[in-house]
Design a protein around this ligand. Structure first.
Ligand code: MOS
Length: 760
């Protein structure tokens, strides 16, 4: 921690009403349920006009002819932008590297080339959205089509199919040899489908045009600063000409980490027309943006007869686009999660004629760990150990991959408490041995792991003479509860009730903050807010002592306590001044402090930090119909200090629901002949409904981590999904005696394999 104040020990914890650690309601809950909270398509400046995007129906080739005459002739149409008349921008000729994926960015309307099905080829701007949409249908486009490749499996079988090897953690030992010599081996190939993010609010940008040429941008973004930097870089604005205001996000899950094409097109149109412009994408168009890539993974494990793991090999191939290499940490977890002397990992990308994949909740881990954990389950059966016993036998107490100690790891407690709550001890090991009438019952489990990240961030704390505290940082709250936890941290720091604190986020005019991603928000923004408040507290303490006629005049800072909106003597609480009086005594309207924090590099060199989870799942499978229902989930999580158990367990629950969905429902289906996602709507792209989700129990085990960061937090946004799909798949095995290596596991797969035949 980049400490601005050293050894400052004013203590508010003895105020007896600490907020951190309590399940406070969302401070933005009222605004959200009343519609007061505004999302990017809900800002309506005067004179707003609307854009509608036409997407390519072909997958690869070029635009031969794009006739805009009919569209332009339609009353109400203001402009049609295509690659032929789009403004010239320097940016088209250099690569913008964004904060999330530091590679070349897709350039909308760059030229006549079509790189993927759904690529934007024209933007119509009209007085209203309906006119713009209708005008889009009047655009006449002729394409020259070229053969495309959108199937990962087919490319893989094709001897000329390209793969691009990417860097992975170095091997240790000799995994191939250890495998060959071990008495017990397993090898399996896992194939996971593409998934789309499908946030509740589709992507939208509203660009407000100001007379002086400046713009205010409302866009779905997980990082207002990152979006501002993109806009400045692409359009040549200076930082003071662009303000990004995105206080609420409406779901993003990674898809808001990168600026998407609606932002570029809306700004381009606003500049050309000198008007405020909104582009709101349709649900169908949400399938023309990023997604979790398709993956084919091969995992080979070997063990001694007693169940000691001696070899782990994990190879993964995922698709990327022809435009850029999108990579994620898919295989690295396999070198970390279990104690094993011999590990080899490989990771490669196959470029396809699709848009570039994008980070999606627990990118890499949701893919790699779910495959590993299915393999671990299979191995446990091979060596004749209970899956939980097998994991405990191979428990890793340090990070062998990086040869470092762990800052903390309470995974054993997750296993113990999760198993206890679930009733794992009552499980009968034999597959197909538990049933209830015509339902096969399966109990499965898996482990989750996610890295604890922290990024540099700044925050400001301002106390006004009415005793109200405002904390502010340019971070986004992507729905995770950031407003609430920052309010709790600030309230505790100055001994205030939550009602005396306002948290401002989602605005690039506030102190600098990084993207909210990788479950880093609590550590990054939380640390910055804490430090800004501590710094303000020091100033307030000084002022409280100095101010004219202060009852605390003879005290020193260390004698003071901040509680109930007052500064008091620790030894005599009756001797106090209110914070409001301290401000008034200063002769100013408010006192302010700002702080910047960064990860502690020394500690990072010494320790690896991961959040862990143990997921236990019960499935019931109708033997005749092959229908799987997940009837119980217990997920025990060790993620350091839990700032707010209520919002944190909401995060874990969301991750679990998605994990169930990954295991059983979500599948973006490509028609490889056309190269398009065919189920591009929420009727055919299956996400779980309430009827698909039953009992979910979240446990946070105590995990005290003095090293990870000043708040002791590891983040909870992603760990909930990691491992959950594998636990479901393992439960399906336990129920049916059949292994399913493809996710999602659908009814037809279960029926085809047969629920009634035990695996040999
Ligand atoms: Mo997350 S995929 O880091 O929003």
């Amino acid at each position: 921690m980049n400490t601005l104040i050293d050894n400052f020990s004013l203590d508010s914890s003895d105020s007896g009403d600490a907020h951190v650690g309590r399940g406070a309601d969302r401070v933005d809950g009222h605004a959200k349920v009343t519609g007061e909270a505004k999302y990017s398509a809900e800002f309506t400046p005067p004179g707003l006009v609307h854009g509608c995007v036409l997407n390519s129906p072909v997958t690869r080739g070029r635009i031969q002819l794009l006739d805009t005459t009919a569209a332009q002739g339609l009353p109400g149409v203001l402009a049609v932008f295509t690659h032929e008349n789009r403004p010239e921008l320097d940016w088209y000729h250099h690569d913008h590297k964004d904060k999330d994926t530091p590679t070349a960015h897709f350039l909308p309307l760059y030229d006549d080339r079509i790189h993927y099905n759904g690529q934007p080829v024209a933007l119509v701007v009209a007085k209203d959205r309906e006119t713009a949409r209708y005008a889009c249908s009047l655009l006449q486009v002729q394409y020259e089509e070229e053969p495309h490749q959108t199937s990962l499996s087919r490319t893989r079988d094709d001897p000329e199919g390209q793969t691009v090897p990417r860097k992975t953690p170095s091997p240790r030992g000799d995994a191939a040899q250890a495998y060959a010599q071990a008495p017990v081996q397993m090898r399996a190939q896992y194939h996971f489908a593409i998934e789309h993010h499908n946030p509740m609010a589709p992507h939208a940008a509203t660009v407000v045009w100001h007379d002086n040429g400046n713009i205010t941008v409302h866009d779905k973004t997980q990082g207002p600063m990152s979006t501002r930097d993109y806009v400045c870089d692409v359009f040549g604005y200076s930082e003071d000409q662009v303000q990004v205001v995105a206080p609420f996000v409406g779901g993003a899950f990674g898809l808001g980490l990168r600026p998407q094409y609606q932002l570029f097109l809306a700004i381009m149109a606003a500049r050309e027309l000198q008007l405020s412009v909104r582009i709101a994408l349709s649900r169908q168009q949400m399938f023309t943006l990023g997604y979790r890539p398709e993956s084919i993974q091969t995992i080979s494990l070997a063990a001694q007869n007693d169940g000691t793991l001696v070899s782990v090999m994990h190879e993964a191939i995922q698709n990327t686009s022809q435009l850029e290499n999108f990579e994620e940490s898919t295989v690295k977890w396999s070198g970390v999660l279990y104690r094993c002397p011999n590990v080899s990992l490989s990771y490669a990308l196959t470029p396809l004629d699709l848009y570039t994949p994008t980070d999606m909740r627990a990118p890499g881990a949701a893919t790699g760990v779910n495959a590993l954990e299915q393999a671990i389950d299979e191995m446990a059966y091979r060596v004749g150990l209970d899956p939980l016993q097998f994991r405990l036998k191979n428990y890793a107490d340090r990070d062998q991959a990086e040869d470092k100690d762990l800052s903390s790891k309470e995974l054993r407690a997750c296993y113990a408490q999760g198993a206890e709550r679930f009733g794992w001890a009552r499980r009968s090991a034999e597959p197909r041995s538990m049933r209830d009438g015509h339902e096969l019952i399966g109990w499965g489990m898996a482990t989750g792991i996610w890295e604890a990240f922290q990024l540099e961030a700044s925050a400001r704390a301002t106390l006004s003479s009415d005793g109200q505290l405002e904390v502010a940082t340019a971070a986004a709250d992507i729905g995770t509860g950031t407003y609430t936890i920052l309010t709790q941290i600030a309230a505790d720091a100055l001994g205030l009730p939550l009602s005396a604190v306002t948290t401002k986020l989602g605005d690039s005019s506030l102190p600098w903050a990084p993207i909210e991603g990788g479950s880093s928000g609590a550590a990054s923004f939380g640390s910055a807010v804490k430090m800004a408040c501590d710094s303000l507290k020091k100033a307030l303490a000084g002022q409280a002592i100095q101010m004219q006629g202060s009852p605390l005049a003879t005290a020193s800072e260390a004698d003071l306590v901040f509680a109930k909106g007052r500064v008091s003597l620790k030894s005599d609480p009756a001797c106090h001044v209110s914070l409001a009086d301290v401000i008034r005594g200063s002769g100013k309207d408010s006192l302010q402090a700002q702080a910047s924090t960064a990860p502690d590099e020394k500690s990072k060199k010494r320790y690896s930090s991961y959040a862990h989870s143990a997921v236990f799942v019960e499935v019931r499978i109708d033997e005749e119909l092959g229908q799987v229902r997940v009837t119980r989930v217990v997920n025990a999580v060790a993620a350091g200090n839990i700032l707010n158990p209520k919002t944190a367990s909401n995060q874990i629950m969301g991750g679990i629901v998605w994990g169930i969905s990954k295991a059983l429902h979500e599948h973006s289906m490509l028609d490889d002949h056309i190269g398009r996602f065919m189920n591009h709507n929420l009727a055919e792209y299956h996400i779980p409904t309430h009827a698909d989700i039953d009992g979910i129990d979240v446990i946070f085990v105590d995990e005290d981590d003095p090293h990870v960061n000043a708040l002791g937090v590891k983040g909870v946004g992603e760990i909930g999904i990691v491992g959950t799909a594998a636990a479901v798949a393992n439960a399906v095995y336990h129920a049916t005696g059949k292994r399913f290596y493809e996710l999602p596991i659908t009814m037809d797969q279960i029926l085809m394999k047969g629920t009634g035949i035990q695996e040999g």
